[in-house]
Design a protein around this ligand. Structure first.
Ligand code: SF4
Length: 296
């Protein structure tokens, strides 16, 4: 069992059958990561990677394209985002300069396929204004900030929640943070690792603690594993892109890959209703062969 860092005393705050949360007397809320859960998450990674290989996330040619995609994908399917991105590309405004200079109404028109287009257009404009004001319009300067400081700063922006902030940090900035999405939440709840009510930060913490120790080993072995992939379905893989092949640390790579693999499970098998468990690569890890559905 591992504990997070605490400068003072720890006390168990929430006793469940899997004793999870503890309070630190210095005001932090920390999490226990059971060795068993760590091992399970590591095993899931290996099984999925062996089945599908590298997922090549994020499908983008530039950091700005990742950021725009992270905003646009809120509450909509990626296929709709692709249409909006294609419109921006065709209008030659998929750049900081383009978004800075285009009128709000024209931006709204171009991103309309992604839904909530008025709200999203305003948020994209706000992001560029923030970048101009604080970082002289430089993404390089923005991403040079320490991870935790930048995360706080992004979360303070209107329209950026934890999933969007972490997608920007990980996929645009190559910062080592794990992105938690609805699929992650659903899969670990159904496998009894955490409850469906677990907070975003709790889930992120569990995944980061599980994946961090295996980062170097995965980096060393990935080339060999890639060559033995089965043909056919490949999760949620994208063709390699400038951003997916960018240089990054082993730790960033393992967080990057795991999120992509989880999306593959969610999209292909672990649907909200009627999941296809028996065809899923994670079926063998359902502890009692039964789904843990909410309210069950
Ligand atoms: S589809 Fe079934 S086996 Fe696959 S992750 Fe979801 S609950 Fe697990």
């Amino acid at each position: 069992m591992n504990f997070g860092k605490c400068g003072g005393a720890l006390s168990v705050a929430r006793a469940t059958s899997r004793a999870r949360g503890v309070h630190c007397n210095q005001g932090e809320f920390l999490f226990l990561v059971m060795d068993e859960d760590k091992h399970r998450i590591q095993t899931y990674y290996r099984a999925l990677f062996r089945a599908w290989g590298p997922q090549h996330w994020w499908p983008a040619q530039s950091r700005l394209e990742v950021i725009v995609g992270a905003y646009l994908t809120q509450n909509t399917a990626w296929t709709n985002v692709e249409k909006a991105l294609a419109n921006l590309r065709a209008a030659r405004v998929l750049s900081l300069k383009g978004i800075r200079e285009i009128s709000l109404s024209e931006l709204e028109r171009l991103i309309r396929p992604a839904g909530y287009f008025r709200q999203k257009a305003k948020r994209l404009k706000l992001f560029v204004a923030f970048l101009d004001e604080r970082y002289k319009g430089s993404l390089k300067k923005l991403f040079a900030r320490p991870t935790n400081d930048l995360r706080e700063e992004l979360l303070s922006l209107h329209g950026i929640g934890p999933e969007t902030a972490d997608s920007i940090l990980l996929y645009a900035g190559n910062h080592p943070v794990f992105v938690v999405d609805a699929y992650t939440r659903r899969i670990i709840a159904r496998h009894g690792i955490l409850s469906e009510e677990a907070s975003y930060e709790e889930i992120r913490d569990v995944f980061e603690r599980a994946l961090a120790p295996m980062a170097e080993a995965i980096a060393d072995s990935s080339d060999a594993e890639n060559q033995t992939l089965a043909a056919g379905i490949a999760g949620a893989a994208h063709p390699p892109s400038a951003m997916s092949t960018a240089k990054r640390t082993a730790l960033t790579q393992v967080y990057n890959e795991m999120h992509g693999l989880i999306v593959g499970v969610g999209k292909n098998y672990c649907r909200k209703s009627d999941p296809s468990c028996t065809e899923c690569p994670l079926f063998v890890f359902l502890s009692d062969g039964k789904l843990r559905l909410k309210g069950a």
